[in-house]
Design a protein around this ligand. Structure first.
Ligand SMILES: O=C(O)CCC(=O)C(=O)O
Ligand SMILES: [Fe+2]
Length: 194
């Protein structure tokens, strides 16, 4: 069951057990082999850095997307991701056209503070985030500085961010010194007007 979290100026919902444990681990094993994981290079203050994770952008042929300032053509859907997209349509009534897959190999891999507020996603993006593998902490912070909220995202969890969430909050997946195994996160998105 998706439960709405007590965050003002946002609409964030969490189901910690959206997938059964066996389904989540089967999907993790399938995706780690099936997806063409890449180490994207990001430009920061004029310098190029390998981003601290592997990723892969998948979507319908028309779902062009700008990411780190570069317009990307998506990779084609895999059978597992088509099935998962269908499950999300049933659960949420939302038809996603693309998914950004991230692979955090260990606790050194992370994602910095950002909002998924690219123009392509429209004024009130709906983002469905499915986590597989190791549990990692996810943090949200209001653009005013507070409030902030930390959540653990276990394997099989579904986190939904919609409404004014991206306009008013940023989120991140911090590094951790704790020994943690690999984690896959899938953020399903819908490109408005594509
Ligand atoms: O790994 C996560 O849980 C967050 C990923 C994320 O924020 C993104 O892909 O935009
Ligand atoms: Fe994000």
């Amino acid at each position: 069951m998706l439960e709405r979290l007590p965050l003002p100026d946002a609409d964030v919902r969490l189901d910690p057990a959206w997938l059964a444990p066996g389904e989540a681990s089967g999907l993790f094993d399938a995706l780690i082999d099936a997806l063409p994981w890449e180490n994207h290079v990001v430009r920061l203050f004029g310098r190029e850095h390998a981003s601290p994770r592997l990723s892969c952008w998948i979507g319908d042929a028309g779902a062009r997307y700008r990411y780190s300032g570069v317009s990307r053509e998506p990779r084609p859907w895999t059978a597992q991701l088509i099935a998962l997209r269908g499950r999300l349509r049933e659960s949420l009534g939302v038809d996603f056209d693309s998914v950004l897959a991230n692979l955090y190999r260990d606790g050194r891999d992370a994602m910095g503070w950002h909002a998924d507020d690219e123009r392509e996603l429209g004024p009130a993006p709906v983002i469905a985030s499915v986590s597989l593998g190791a549990t990692r902490r996810f943090v949200l912070r209001h653009r005013d500085g507070a409030p902030r909220l930390a959540l653990d995202l276990p394997a099989g969890s579904l986190l939904l961010m919609q409404g004014a969430t991206q306009a008013n909050y940023r989120h991140a997946l911090p590094r951790t010194a704790r020994p943690v195994g690999p984690r896959i996160n899938l953020t399903f998105r819908r490109i408005v007007g594509s």
